[in-house]
Design a protein around this ligand. Structure first.
Ligand code: NAI
Length: 468
């Protein structure tokens, strides 16, 4: 007799593990399946967490090398012990994945390591690395298997010289010249890490701009800032092919209508991710995929076209963000428990952990323009913030977009110190359908970076900020 559960979750990443925990908290008997030896999926093991660990370490390196002296602090002989930096990153990851294992134990979630496949109504078969199989039964089956890096046919991964983000988080030495293909989140974050640690970094981007979905004004400022930090950008550039030549990769590209070639010792391909649907038995189970992108099609309660089979996270589409998957995991579990919960997709923040950081929520100015409705823009530069000046981090600004008629917030975009944290206030305001005036009139502690958000909101509703 197969083990019976209320919920069987395939994939223990941010979507799956959060759904499992929430369902268990609500009294369900839950099992999870993941082929990885540790819990936490891509995000914890080879994504968000290790990249942030390296971004923080490499930022400290830059501070020690060139910023501390401005504060009157002398540091001599700043050296890099890359192995120690990587070991610290691995400890950070281990602490967090062990933490999830602890939570699973606490909530009596049964975890099965192996590859899961739908094998009949309400059934999943798990095959371990030893080839042994177990079949589980679930009243509901939740697919949360995430995504894999997209490969370029012109630039196939070889695991050493032409790599994806996983390998670029564990290089054993600083590349002399890292060529990054794709100026999206991964390209800019990992490009920043290796540039800070001393690599020459060249970014090749297909589009005429970086960070495609970001507000164009903010993206242009990010490009300027990263260029100052030593990254070189080639926009409008399409990779044609690549070949290995004596340990170097020669990448040929069509750049702004002309042929160009780039030599580097490592190439990071970061051109997006694809939903991980292969091998799950979806077709046999009657789970339908979207024509564009091959995502699993779901309705607003995450139900796929197969009875009893649900899907969340990267598998169901954009934005492919860990926190979106987590929200969906919580909402799914609570819906199973009979609660009327929905994810508000209009208020999902996004963050690029470059330096300065970039964050946003809601519509970009380009999207607002497309609606044709009149709108107001309020901006406030960090150079006019007392806190930012005392920190010595004055680059960037807050940009608030509000409806000209109702003053309702439409979008907030931040480039600056701690933008990743500052965006939470804007998300809250948007969630509560707040206005620019609401944000401007909330009392913000002084001196804090958050005052810049209030000042930009004031500029949107009153026409000008107080301090600029
Ligand atoms: P992305 O979608 O953010 O950026 C990919 C970039 O590659 C785009 O600018 C695209 O125009 C460009 N591109 C596509 N094909 C190309 C080609 N042939 N030649 C040159 N450029 C090309 O994808 P990325 O950076 O790989 O990230 C994958 C996913 O991971 C994203 O969906 C993102 O949401 C998520 N992620 C989120 C992070 C965060 O929240 N901070 C950090 C890292 C990843």
């Amino acid at each position: 007799m197969p083990d019976r559960f209320d919920l069987v979750v395939l994939g223990a990443g941010p979507g799956g593990y959060v759904a499992a925990i929430r369902a268990a908290q609500l009294g369900m008997k839950v099992a999870t399946i993941d082929s990885r030896a540790t819990l936490g999926g891509t995000c914890l093991n080879v994504g968000c967490i290790p990249s942030k660990a390296l971004l923080d370490s490499s930022e400290l390196m830059v501070l020690a090398r060139s910023e501390l002296s401005r504060h009157g602090i002398g540091v001599q002989n700043v050296t890099l012990d890359l192995a120690a930096m990587m070991a610290r990153k691995d400890r950070v990851v281990k602490g967090l994945v062990d933490g999830i294992a602890h939570l699973f134990k606490k909530h009596r979630i049964s975890h099965f390591q192996g590859t899961g496949r739908l094998t009949g109504q309400g059934r999943v078969t798990v095959t371990g690395s030893d080839g042994k199989s177990t079949t589980l039964e679930g009243a509901a089956l939740l697919l949360a298997t995430g995504s894999d890096p997209a490969a370029l046919p012109t630039l196939p991964f070889d695991g050493t010289h032409i790599v994806g983000s996983t390998e670029a988080l564990s290089f054993d030495r600083v590349p002399a010249h890292l060529i990054v293909v794709g100026a999206g989140y991964i390209g800019l974050e990992l490009g920043s890490v290796w540039a800070r640690l001393g690599a020459k970094v060249t970014v090749l981007e297909f589009l005429p701009r970086i960070l495609g979905p970001t507000d164009a004004e903010i993206a242009a400022l990010v490009q300027k800032s990263l260029t100052k930090q030593g990254l070189t950008f080639h926009l409008d550039t399409e990779v044609l092919d690549a070949k290995l030549q004596g340990g170097q990769v020669l990448v040929r590209a069509q750049s702004q209508g002309k042929e160009a070639s780039f030599h580097g010792d490592r190439v990071l391909v970061a051109v997006g991710r694809r939903p991980r649907t292969a091998g799950l038995g979806l077709e046999e189970a009657g789970v339908v995929l979207t024509d564009r992108g091959g995502f699993v099609k779901v309705n607003e309660t995450f139900q796929t076209s197969a009875a009893g089979v649900y899907a969340i996270g990267d598998l169901i589409g954009n934005p492919m963000l860990a926190h979106k998957a987590m929200e969906e995991g919580v909402a799914f579990a609570e819906q199973r428990a009979g609660q009327a919960v929905r994810v508000n997709y209009a208020a999902i923040p996004s963050v690029a952990y470059t330096w300065p950081e970039v964050s946003s929520v809601g519509l970009t100015e380009e999207q607002v323009k497309e609606t044709g409705k009149p709108y107001r823009v309020g901006k406030f530069p960090f150079a006019a913030s007392g806190r930012a000046r005392s920190m010595g981090e004055t680059e960037g600004l807050v940009k608030v977009l509000a409806d000209a008629g109702t003053d309702r917030l439409l979008g907030v975009h931040i480039l600056g110190p701690r933008a990743s944290e500052l965006i939470a206030e804007a998300v809250t305001a948007l969630e509560f359908a707040g206005s620019a005036e609401d944000v401007a009139r909330i009392c913000h502690a002084h001196p804090t970076l958050s005052e810049a958000v209030a000042e930009a909101a004031r500029a949107a509703f009153a026409g000008m900020p107080l301090h600029a």
